[in-house]
Write a protein of this length. Structure first.
Length: 319
C-alpha cells in the first residue's frame, strides 16, 4: 500500500487517487454507521433481552433475504451502466435506467411481500416455532418494496459517485429512525412498536433516496426508457454473487432460528455483528471500486486498468 500511495504522487495516478479519496470518506461514514447500528442493537437488547432481540432479527433477516431476491441484483446492475451513461452525458437515459430499475423492483417485491404476509403464520408457528413472530412478519412484509427501493437508489447514487449520500441512505437512515422508535413507540407498543418504526423507516429511506437521485441526476430532456432485457441480463449474475456473499450472515441467523431458540439467535447475531467490524476497511474500498472499474472499462481505458500501479494493484486486474 505504501508503494501504491507513492505511485499516486510520482505518476499522477488520478484514478487511484479518486478511489482513495472516496474510500476515505466512505470509511468515515461507515464508522458513523457502525456506531449508530451498535447503538440500535444495544438499546434493542437492553430493552427486550436476548429473546426479543433474536425475534426482531429473525424477522429482519427474512426481510433482508426476500428483499435481496426481490430486487434481482438491480442495485448492482445500475452501478454497471450508470458511470458510462454519465460519461457520455446521456442523463436522459440514466434517468430512464433508474426508472426501469425501480419499476422492475416493484414488479417483483410487491408479490414477494404479499406471499410473506400470507405465509407469516406458517413461518412463525411451523418453521421458527415462535408464534409471536407472526404479527412482526406481517408488518415487515410491508417493508420489502421500500427497503428494496432504498438499495436501488443507493446503487444509483453510488454510480453517480455520491458515495456519502449512498452510504447514508443504505447504512444510517433506517437505523437512526429505528433508534427513535425504540425510545418512543416501543414504550407504548413494545417490540411491535420497533417493528412498525423500522418499517416506517424503510418508507422514509425510499422517499429520501428518490429525492437525492432527482437532485443529483437532472436532465433537460425527458427520461428515455432503458432496455429491460439488457438490464436483467446483467442483474441476474450480480444477484447470484450478492446472494452468495450476503447470505453468509443471513442464512446462519435463519437456520439457527429454525433449529434453536430466539435467544440463541440474539446472542449469535451480536457476536456476528462484532466479528464483522474487521471488514470496514474493505467495505469502504469496495464502495467506489465497482463504479471506477465500470467507468474505465466503458471508456476503453484498458491500459489504466491493467498497467497503472494503483488500479491494477488494488483491483488485481491483469490483461
Amino acid at each position: 500500500m505504501k508503494l501504491r500511495l507513492k505511485s499516486v504522487i510520482k505518476t499522477g495516478d488520478v484514478d487511484f487517487a479518486e478511489v482513495l479519496r472516496h474510500s476515505a470518506f466512505a470509511f468515515i461514514i461507515l464508522i458513523a454507521a457502525t456506531g449508530i447500528q451498535f447503538t440500535f442493537d444495544l438499546l434493542l437488547a437492553q430493552r427486550f433481552g436476548a429473546h426479543g432481540y433474536g425475534v426482531f432479527y429473525l424477522g429482519f433477516s427474512l426481510l433482508m433475504t426476500l428483499a435481496l431476491i426481490g430486487r434481482l441484483g438491480l442495485d448492482r446492475a445500475v452501478i454497471r451502466f450508470m458511470p458510462d451513461l454519465i460519461r457520455q452525458k446521456q442523463t436522459h437515459l440514466a434517468r430512464g435506467l433508474t426508472n426501469t430499475a425501480v419499476r422492475l423492483s416493484l414488479y417483483f417485491t410487491i408479490p414477494v411481500s404479499i406471499i410473506l404476509f400470507i405465509g407469516s403464520d406458517f413461518l412463525a408457528n411451523n418453521v421458527f416455532n415462535v408464534p409471536e413472530l407472526n404479527n412482526y412478519l406481517k408488518t415487515f412484509a410491508f417493508a420489502i418494496p421500500p427497503f428494496s427501493l432504498s438499495y436501488i437508489y443507493s446503487g444509483v447514487l453510488r454510480g453517480l459517485k455520491h458515495t456519502t449520500s449512498s452510504l447514508f441512505l443504505e447504512r444510517i437512515s433506517i437505523y437512526a429512525i429505528g433508534i427513535i422508535a425504540i425510545l418512543t413507540s416501543s414504550v407504548l407498543y413494545g417490540l411491535e412498536g420497533v417493528v412498525i418504526g423500522f418499517t416506517f423507516a424503510c418508507f422514509i429511506a425510499a422517499i429520501l433516496g428518490s429525492i437525492l437521485v432527482r437532485r443529483h441526476l437532472t436532465s433537460p430532456h425527458q427520461a428515455q426508457p432503458f432496455n429491460k432485457s439488457r438490464l436483467l441480463m446483467v442483474a441476474g449474475p450480480l444477484l447470484f454473487v450478492t446472494f452468495a456473499t450476503q447470505m453468509n450472515g443471513q442464512a446462519s441467523v435463519l437456520l439457527l432460528g429454525i433449529f434453536s431458540s430466539a435467544s440463541d439467535v440474539g446472542i449469535f447475531n451480536i457476536a456476528l455483528k462484532i466479528s464483522m467490524l474487521m471488514s470496514l476497511i474493505l467495505a469502504a474500498i469496495t464502495v467506489i471500486t465497482a463504479t471506477k472499474i465500470s467507468e474505465l472499462y466503458h471508456a476503453k481505458k484498458y491500459k489504466e486498468l491493467s498497467t497503472k500501479p494503483g488500479i491494477s494493484g488494488l483491483f488485481h486486474i491483469r490483461k
